[in-house]
Structure formats: structure tokens, C-alpha cells
Design a protein around this ligand. Structure first.
Ligand code: NAP
Length: 289
């Protein structure tokens, strides 16, 4: 059976499935109230892990949904991310406080650096980029030691970005959140993180929907009598990858959560690994220096 939680480096438990809340993929965005209702629905049916970010512009709505859900804040594993333009020691501390205010919480369960470099400027100067990353990471270490976040991690970091932190003798990130689905399986980075004990977390697990008509996935859907989305999410968790499918549709939110009553065979897990096309659906950190 599938694990419902993983244990991070520092011993805290993280639910293996969370609700993705970036609404950028929506051609017709839901309105704020519908969004709040979708998050409350997720909490009602059992999700205990929400993934947001400053740049999703919905932290205030997530905070509202948690309050209105009646579920104790401490029972929700809340993840938010530092916007790349806020990198740097002082700016990070300020941005963190602002995120907490928006979310109406005193602490964050997992705070991530969203992307390895600022979006504007400095991208051609490796030494400056490295310094900004390390200063930012130092700020996250402080937030962690001050008890303001239970775990700290990164997102979209390549192996070389992780090595900078390790070489500087700083705390190894608990999590690296990266694109992960059968068309972009990120194998080398996944293997590296797994080897050194960084929990791999996969975003866009359905390839933003692109994988839902794949013939192999459709075949497995028939074989297990599960939806294509459920096959893909089961595959993530079978590989010990925390997964955060995004939806605002109540039925699909439920469907995505109902994946714990079956387990793909080792052979079928292996089959899905062979579908890789190095085809990304999200932003590309591979050339960030
Ligand atoms: N760290 C980063 O840089 C980063 C980058 C991208 C994403 N993320 C995070 O990862 C989350 C998920 O990624 P994503 O939203 O890009 O892609 P995704 O989860 O692969 O796909 C989301 C799309 O699939 C649809 N969908 C969801 N469940 C479905 C189901 N059961 N059947 C059919 N369609 C379904 C959704 O539409 P409906 O809403 O209509 O159901 C939406 O269009 C984001 O919400 C965000 O929290 C992080």
C-alpha cells in the first residue's frame, strides 16, 4: 500500500499528496469564492497539505479557507514559496513575514525558495547569483532556527545549485520541488536527491493534463480500473515522490485524493519510467547559472 506521509530529514512528517493551487493553467480562472470553496472541499475530504506561493496571489484565500474549514491549523501541512525577486537575506525575512500575514498563520510548515535565481538581473554573473542564493538560504536557516518554519527547502534547484549549499557547509534542504511526470521524469536529479536524502517533490504530476491521453497511461487505467490521473499520482507516490496535483474542480480534487487503495506493480512503475521525452510543461531552471 502507498505511504500517506514521508519523513523529512529533520524528522517531521509531510503528507505525500497535497493540493496544488497555482491557477495559472486555468483559461477561465475561477473567482475567489469558488477558489476558497475548492480548498475547503479538499480539506473536508481529507487533504492535509496545501501548496501555494507568493506569486500565485492566493495566499490570503488559502488562509481564509483554512480558517473557514474549522480544521485546526496545526493539522494542515502548509507550504509556501519565496518569490525569486525577493531573494537576498533581508528581503527574504520580510517576504516570509508578509506570506505569514497573508496566510493568517504564525508559522509555515515548509518554506521553499521558488527558483534558483532572481528573475531580473544578475543572471550572467555566477558569483553574484551564488551569493544571493546562499544569503537567501541563510535567511531560511534563521527562520527555521527561530521556529518560524518547521522545514526549509528549495524548488527548481539543479544539482549544481544544491551543491553550492552543501559545499558551503550549510543545512541540506529537506525538499526539492521540481517538475516530475512520465514525460519529464527528471531522473538524474531525482536519483541525486534520493541518494543524499533530499525529499523529491513533483509538481505538474499530470503534465498539466498532457499525459491524460497517453496510450500507455490509458492502458494502465483500464488494467487497474482507475482514472489516468489516479495512475499518474499512484506512480509518483510509488516512487516516493510527494505529489501536488492542481485542480479547483470538486470531483477531480476528490478523484486525485482517492489513490491509496491500489498500488501499481513494479513492472508498471518501470513501464511509466520509459515514457520520458524530456518534455517540460513548466518553467525551465536547467540553464540558470
Ligand atoms: N514550484 C514550481 O515552480 C511549480 C511549478 C508549477 C506548478 N507547481 C505546483 O504544482 C501544482 C500542480 O501543477 P500544475 O497545476 O502545473 O499541473 P497538473 O497538476 O499536472 O495539472 C493540472 C491540470 O490538470 C487538470 N486536472 C487536475 N486533476 C485532474 C483529473 N483528475 N482529471 C483530469 N484533469 C485534471 C486541472 O484542471 P481542473 O482545475 O479543471 O481540474 C489542470 O488543468 C500547481 O498547482 C502548483 O501548486 C509548482
Amino acid at each position: 500500500m502507498l505511504d500517506k506521509t514521508v519523513e523529512l530529514k529533520n524528522g517531521i512528517k509531510m503528507p505525500t499528496i497535497g493540493l496544488g493551487t497555482s491557477l495559472r493553467h486555468k483559461p477561465n480562472k475561477v473567482d475567489n469564492q469558488q477558489f476558497v470553496e475548492s480548498v475547503k472541499h479538499a480539506l473536508k475530504i481529507g487533504y492535509r497539505h496545501l501548496d501555494t506561493a507568493k506569486c500565485y496571489n492566493n495566499e490570503h484565500l488559502i488562509g481564509q479557507a483554512i480558517k473557514e474549514s474549522g480544521i485546526d491549523r496545526k493539522d494542515v501541512f502548509l507550504v509556501t514559496k519565496l518569490f525569486p525577486d525577493d531573494m537576498g537575506y533581508d528581503k527574504t525575512l520580510k517576504a516570509f513575514d508578509k506570506s505569514c500575514k497573508q496566510l493568517k498563520v504564525e508559522y509555515i510548515d515548509l518554506y521553499l525558495i521558488h527558483f534558483p535565481a532572481k528573475l531580473r538581473g544578475q543572471n550572467n554573473d555566477l558569483e553574484k547569483s551564488r551569493q544571493v542564493r546562499l544569503e537567501t538560504w541563510k535567511a531560511l536557516e534563521k527562520l527555521h532556527s527561530d521556529g518560524k518554519c518547521r522545514a526549509i527547502g528549495v524548488s527548481n534547484f539543479m544539482q549544481r545549485h544544491l551543491e553550492e549549499i552543501i559545499d558551503a557547509g550549510m543545512t541540506i534542504p529537506s525538499v526539492n520541488q521540481c517538475e516530475f511526470h512520465p514525460y519529464y521524469n527528471n531522473r538524474e536529479l531525482y536519483d541525486y536527491c534520493t541518494k543524499i536524502g533530499i525529499q523529491f517533490e513533483g509538481y505538474s504530476p499530470l503534465g498539466k493534463g498532457n499525459l491524460l491521453n497517453d496510450p500507455v497511461v490509458l492502458e494502465l487505467s483500464k488494467k487497474y480500473s482507475k482514472s489516468c490521473a489516479q495512475i499518474l499520482l499512484n506512480w509518483s507516490i510509488r516512487n516516493n515522490v510527494v505529489t501536488i496535483p492542481g485542480s479547483t474542480n470538486h470531483e477531480r480534487i476528490e478523484e486525485n485524493f482517492n489513490i491509496f487503495d491500489f498500488s501499481l506493480s513494479d513492472e508498471d512503475v518501470g513501464l511509466l519510467w520509459t515514457l520520458n521525452k524530456n518534455e517540460k510543461v513548466s518553467w525551465d531552471p536547467t540553464n540558470i547559472i
